[in-house]
Design a protein around this ligand. Structure first.
Ligand code: COA
Length: 263
């Protein structure tokens, strides 16, 4: 336990894509620290195990089917959350999609799939919780960035463009929604162990050693380390922080343009 167990006591969190990868650990860590969790997923049947794990912690958890690109499906998630829990304190916009492809080969549909999931999905889910959070007079939204959003993103240009948009939207929403008591921040992971991203982008191209050599702290990150940054932003200790970005990457982005991926 990294923070006090009752840090998020009885708060209700929606975690998009919260049943797999980093999302799974975000969901579990939020529950460990007191929150009830609503997991959105395209295939919630796969999430029985994580639901049971969260229930064993003494919290409630449900998985609701939704494609983050479909506003009516995302609205149904918020409606179901209100029906089951009566409020939404937290939204973590974690759902993402990515694949390695040079811009020259990238089809419009491939570009659009990633922009739709990452950028439009973050917009859709944030807009869907807004009326509830506004009515409550409080809310906490955390988005997920990528360090290549600041620089060229060779071979993941669709994701780079989408994440750059998410960063800008984070700052805009932080300013526009502060008046409603809603804070909006972003956590930006570097390469993280046990993720599809590292499996596909790093391990499949046998780049692990090269990537680690570029990271000042000389290792890949742990999924928990992303969740802990999110917990901090959700905590009262961050009550005066909005529109901000916490980079959790072992110092990597300061040291490399894109870890030499694709060279
Ligand atoms: N290389 C090039 N193009 C690709 C691709 C790849 N590896 N994977 C998908 N595409 C293209 C498809 O060819 C299609 O374009 P086309 O119609 O011109 O052929 C377009 O992307 C949409 O593909 P589709 O499979 O229909 O999209 P989807 O909505 O089912 O999947 C993706 C979304 C593309 C983001 C898919 O990679 C995905 O679902 N990923 C989820 C897992 C994930 O990405 N996790 C995060 C890892 S960091």
């Amino acid at each position: 336990m990294i923070f006090q167990q009752d840090l998020l006591k009885d708060q209700v969190a929606i975690v998009t894509g919260g049943g797999t990868g980093i999302g799974e650990v975000i969901s579990t860590e939020l529950a460990k620290h007191g929150a009830h969790v609503v997991i959105t997923s395209r295939d919630p049947e796969h999430h029985k195990e994580i639901i049971q794990k969260i229930e064993k912690l003494g919290r409630r958890a449900i998985a609701v089917p939704a494609d983050i690109r479909q506003p009516d499906q995302v609205q149904a998630v918020v409606d179901r959350t209100i029906k089951e829990f009566g409020k939404v304190d937290i939204l973590v916009n974690n759902a993402a999609g990515n694949f390695v492809c040079a811009m020259e080969q990238l089809s419009y549909n491939g570009w659009k799939a990633v922009i739709d999931i990452v950028l439009n999905g973050t917009y859709i889910a944030s807009k869907a919780v807004l009326p509830v959070m506004k009515e409550q007079g409080h809310g906490n939204i955390v988005n997920i960035g990528a360090t290549y959003m600041w620089m060229a993103a060779p071979y993941v240009g669709h994701s780079g463009a989408a994440k750059a948009g998410v960063l800008n939207m984070t700052r805009t929403l932080a300013v526009e929604w502060a008046r409603y008591g809603i804070r909006v921040n972003i956590v930006t992971p570097g390469p993280i162990e046990e993720t599809e991203g590292v499996r596909r982008l790093v391990d499949e191209s046998r780049m692990r050693e090269k990537v680690i050599n570029h990271i000042p702290l000389n290792r890949l990150g742990k999924r928990e380390e992303i969740a802990w940054a999110i917990l901090y932003l959700l905590s009262p200790a961050a009550a005066y922080i909005t529109g901000n970005n916490i980079v959790v990457d072992g110092g990597a982005w300061l040291n490399a343009s894109h870890y030499g991926l694709g060279d």
